[in-house]
Design a protein around this ligand. Structure first.
Ligand code: 3HC
Length: 296
């Protein structure tokens, strides 16, 4: 156990939502030595989460233990041994110091969840959302613990991306905020702070850029492939905007733009993308569905 973990107050974390993000968060949290309860609606989803964590850990172990496959296997078993899967969020939070919600980007659903958890979770348990577009305060008001509420915004792929945005609302206490920063350091992320503003730092810049790339494609200015090549070789981005949109998920992109365009109808760069909405309606959600802007 590293010193950062030993110092860290949070020993057990409940992560609600076993999708791409939730699974990644579970992985890095368990890797840092904490116990994890990963919660989703049914066993099938949790099975998929478990296998995506396993695959990701195998990639990590292949690098970390390149000359010691036995050590790599032990490393994976130790981490997965700290992760429990559950379909019952109310039961899962009973002994958790921190809850991280990474479910669908729907305010009502998030409020309903937190309101229920607030009634059963220990008083000192910190509540956070990994929302990419909904104001943290709007979610937090569904609970009686605004002082112990904040935002922890991770990036895909969570095991690789080194950043964690930590968001506080006016009611978040320094103690809560510092615990969230400590948790971030324990899971090996560099933390940045941002006010509870739309998209925080990264998505506020990245999503309009990706939407503008789609508008370029809609106008027929250039092909998706050429725009991707251009941004990789001309701007040094690891992925072009279409590769990244497919990677993040077009449904996620759509949810973000939908929310922003509704809340800020006058902001031109928050406008929804017709092409993206059409692709989502056709089930082209990106890599996870096997097709998006590209076929996989
Ligand atoms: N788990 C574990 N290891 C992984 C991994 C994962 N999910 N993904 C990549 N790796 C590691 C592996 O070691 C892999 O080697 P392997 O293929 O032999 O296993 C190594 O990284 C290299 O990976 P790749 O060959 O697939 O490709 P890259 O070198 O391009 O790296 C990348 C992949 C890190 C995803 C890189 O392309 C990248 O940084 N892309 C941009 C990602 C980004 O911008 N994310 C933010 C999106 S916005 C967001 O998430 C916010 C939300 O609110 C929408």
């Amino acid at each position: 156990m590293s010193t950062s973990i030993a110092r860290h107050a949070i020993k057990e974390v409940t992560i609600i939502g076993g999708g791409l993000m939730g699974s990644g968060i579970a992985q890095v949290t368990a890797t840092a030595g904490m116990k994890v309860n990963l919660v989703d609606m049914n066993e099938d989803i949790l099975k998929k989460s478990g296998s995506s964590i396993q695959k990701s850990l195998e990639r990590v172990a292949k690098k970390k233990f390149s000359d010691n496959p036995e050590g790599g296997k032990q490393f994976i078993d130790d981490i997965t041994g700290r992760i429990s899967f559950s379909c019952n969020p109310e039961e899962a939070v009973q002994s958790s110091g921190l809850v991280i919600e990474a479910i669908v980007e729907n305010l009502e659903v998030k409020q309903k969840l937190f309101s229920a958890l607030d009634k059963v979770a220990p008083k000192e348990t910190l509540f956070t959302s990994n929302t990419s577009s909904i104001p943290i305060k709007d979610i937090a008001v569904s609970t009686q613990r605004l002082d112990r509420f904040g935002g922890l915004h991770f990036f895909n792929p969570v095991p690789m991306m080194k950043l964690l945005e930590v968001i506080r609302i006016p009611e978040t206490t320094d103690e809560t905020f510092n615990s969230l920063l400590e948790y971030g350091a324990a899971v090996g992320k560099t933390t940045v702070n941002c006010k509870d503003t739309p998209g925080f730092i990264v998505n506020r810049l990245l999503v309009p850029y990706m939407a503008e790339a789609v508008r370029m494609l809609e106008r027929g200015d250039a092909s998706a492939k050429d725009i991707d090549i251009a941004m990789k070789l001309g701007a040094g981005y690891p992925m072009g905007p279409f590769e990244l949109a497919d990677y993040v998920g077009l449904d996620t992109m759509k949810f973000i733009l939908e929310g922003w365009s509704k809340n800020y109808p006058d902001v031109e760069i928050f406008k929804q993308s017709e092409m993206m909405n059409k692709l989502v309606a056709e089930g082209r959600l990106g890599r996870k569905s096997g097709k998006g802007f590209y076929d996989y």
